[in-house]
Structure formats: C-alpha cells, structure tokens
Design a binder for this molecule. Sequence first.
Ligand SMILES: [Zn+2]
Length: 93
Amino acid sequence: MATRVASKKSPAKKGAAAKPAPKKWTSRAVTRLIEAGSMTECQHCEERVKFRARHRDMQVICNIYVKGVWDHVEHFHEECYLDAKEPFGPPEE
Ligand SMILES: [Zn+2]
C-alpha cells in the first residue's frame, strides 16, 4: 500500500539565486569589533588599531591568501579600509 517514493534529501530551495562553484580560498575581509588588548597596526594609516572602552569601534580583518594558501592577516580601521578602497573586497559581517 504505502508506496514510498524514493525520498531524496534535497535541500530546500529558498529562492536564492544559485551560486556558482565552491568558494576558492582567496583573500577576504571581515568586519569585527576591536577587542580589548588589540595590538595590531592599521595597514593604511599605520596607527594602532586600539580598543577604546565605550567606543564600539570596528576594524576590518583581512586574511590574505597567496596562490590559494593563507599567507597573513592584515588589520585596518574600518574607515581606513574604505579609504583604501577595499583592497580585499567588501568586508563581510
Ligand atoms: Zn587606520
């Protein structure tokens, strides 16, 4: 009686445009809150990316990949990153 249709585990379509190809490891940028004890320097203005109590300052952290291999991290003040014209693409949240 119960005819079971081969149940495929098909991911629910959410109407999002199909994205091509899996992501390659390329340099990318994310926006993060500057944390207490941050000791990095901004690659753009060369000033310390400093945590300030009560200022919820944002920084942009870029993971730099060279030929698909992680190389190093660069930090920017958020406004400096924009000022530098987003060298590693628009930062993700
Ligand atoms: Zn800066």
